[in-house]
Design a protein around this ligand. Structure first.
Ligand code: MTE
Ligand code: MO
Length: 342
């Protein structure tokens, strides 16, 4: 990968294999609704820490996955990577029922409900703009050359909640390089599907935002080793409510940068205007780097609720600059005023 060598990851971020495997077993049990106390004896029955040892949900899916079999197989074969954390994972049920995906409704439970039958096959992605290779590509052509790995990242929403998610996917840089962006390409713009027939949020006369949902990154941000294309989570093809079939996962930025269900990627000379910026530029910036010192105009960003919370604990914790990934990304913003360019 360009720019920063892999050894930039803190050793505390890397889980020792033994702890890792135990945690995996625990998570599998938790995902199946099995109490932790049962786990030692359940381990054999659960039994399926795959050779690669990735976090895997093996329960029934509450939605109809339309992911083609080749994609399900590809995601299931994800291998572990060094991008992990010892922090407890948000259980499958939380990751797949507490969502922001306004195309399917604005309540946290709406996407899980309304995206149940979302069609992702066939799926095309258009590559446009300042690149040597442009055109429309099938999902299979988009994904074929990429091996799938697991990355356990913290995700921090601008609404001041966070969760730890085991994503499956591949580096965004590897995708970008295949299309050979020209020297004029200084930004990358991403667009989500528009399909009012499938997306009730796009039918409403009172949409909070304009569609298509648009996001963007500076080219050097997009090429950073942490920028990730997600095609699954917990060893399952991406659930529709989480942005099937492919989405961004940009862990040092607020969640809204991690655009879902991408149909277009465009290389640009000028900075694109993004959806949330267009809806309210005073509250949402282009950069959207997680920063405890820069408040949202209506609330503090100094701390966050780590999901799952309980009746007895809001599980509040301090928010970290760049969501704890400063070591990997701070160089991108050297000399920038983060309070102005928020
Ligand atoms: N197309 C699209 N992408 C989107 C959103 C959206 O409404 N539409 N919401 C964003 C926000 S605000 C967050 S926090 C994350 C949530 O991802 P998750 O539901 O997988 O946790 O998706 C982001 N990507
Ligand atoms: Mo968000």
């Amino acid at each position: 990968m360009l720019i920063k060598k892999a050894s930039g990851i803190k050793s505390s971020e890397i889980t020792p294999e033994s702890v890792y495997r135990q945690r995996r077993l625990f998570m599998q049990g938790a995902a199946l609704g099995v109490g932790a106390a049962l786990l030692p004896s359940m381990a054999a029955a659960v039994g399926e820490v795959p050779a690669q040892g990735i976090a895997r949900y093996n329960g029934d899916l509450a939605y109809k996955t339309r992911a083609p079999a080749w994609l399900q197989g590809k995601v299931a074969a994800a291998r572990q990577s060094k991008y992990a954390t010892t922090e407890p994972l948000a259980p499958w049920d939380v990751v797949t029922t507490y969502n922001n995906f306004y195309e399917f409704g604005t309540d946290k439970g709406d996407p899980a409900e309304n995206a149940r039958n979302f069609r992702v096959d066939p799926w095309q992605v258009e590559i446009a703009g300042e690149a040597e290779i442009t055109g429309k590509f099938s999902l299979e052509d988009m994904l074929k050359p990429h091996d799938i790995e697991e990355r356990i990242y913290r995700m921090r929403c601008v609404e001041a909640w966070s969760m730890v998610v085991p994503w499956n996917g591949f580096p965004l840089a590897d995708l970008i390089k295949r299309f050979k962006p020209t020297s004029k390409a200084r930004f990358v713009r991403f667009e989500t599907l528009v399909d009012a027939e499938q997306m009730p949020g796009q039918r409403s006369r009172f949409t909070a935002i304009d569609y298509p949902y648009v996001e963007g990154l500076r080219m050097d941000e997009a090429l950073n080793e942490l920028a990730f294309v997600g095609v699954g989570l917990y060893g399952q093809a991406m659930p529709p409510q989480n942005g099937a079939p492919l989405r961004l996962v940009i862990p040092w930025k607020y969640g809204f940068k991690s655009i879902k269900s991408i149909v277009k990627i465009e290389f640009l000379e000028k900075r694109p205007v993004t959806t949330w910026e267009r809806s309210n530029s005073r509250e949402y910036g282009f950069y959207a780097n997680v920063n405890p010192q820069v408040s949202h105009p209506r609330w503090s960003q100094a701390s966050e609720r780590r999901l799952p919370t309980s009746l007895f604990s809001s599980n509040r914790r301090p928010t970290q600059l760049f969501n704890g990934y400063a070591e990997q990304v701070a160089y991108l913003y050297a000399g920038m005023n983060l309070a102005r360019d928020f």
